[in-house]
Design a protein around this ligand. Structure first.
Ligand SMILES: [Zn+2]
Length: 174
């Protein structure tokens, strides 16, 4: 039996159910997780707007009586954001939402402040974000701002959007 199978048997789960698990250790051999992730090609990542890492939810959290935002409230915000986008693209028959914008439209519609530009530049460099992530971040930031009912893309919107490109980071899972 190879070491991988021994390890797998001893801990029951992995490649890689324990990745990012808050308590359990991943026992995958070096490079295994990266190899698996590299199967998701760049062009495929281009089509995914939001990368969200999900870790197991603790029972006490599940059972907690603390309420999250109610779904009908979220629904209202989504409808409002859609209305903002309908208005934004009122003179463009082919466009209905932010996600459909061309790179040229992104530059026009997703204006960011000087501070925003500098935040994005730093994030691109520090996190090793790919060029394809750039437009994605701006579009998603615009949508987050719309959901917030904000005319401008604020730093917090941009920061949240940058967080959704985890799979574009060089050395992710490294
Ligand atoms: Zn693992």
């Amino acid at each position: 039996m190879c070491s991988y199978h021994i390890a797998n048997k001893a801990t029951h789960v992995c490649p890689c159910g324990f990745y990012n698990h808050p308590e359990k250790d991943c026992v995958c051999a070096p490079g295994v997780v990266q190899k698996y992730l590299s199967k998701i090609s760049g062009p495929l990542l281009d089509r995914i707007d939001l990368h969200v890492e999900v870790t197991p939810v603790d029972f006490t959290e599940l059972a907690s009586s603390q309420e999250a935002e109610k779904s009908n409230h979220i629904r209202t915000r989504v409808i409002q954001a859609r209305e903002i986008q309908d208005l934004r693209f009122a003179d463009r028959e082919e466009l209905h939402c932010n996600a459909q914008m061309s790179p040229k439209m992104v530059r026009k519609v997703c204006e960011i402040s000087e501070a925003g530009t500098s935040l994005l530049k730093t994030a691109m460099e520090k996190l090793g974000l790919s060029a394809r992530a750039y437009d994605r971040i701006l579009k998603v930031a615009r949508t987050i701002a719309d959901l917030d009912g904000s005319e401008n893309i604020e730093l917090e919107h941009l920061a949240e959007s940058i967080n959704y490109r985890s799979l574009d980071r060089e050395g992710w899972a490294g």
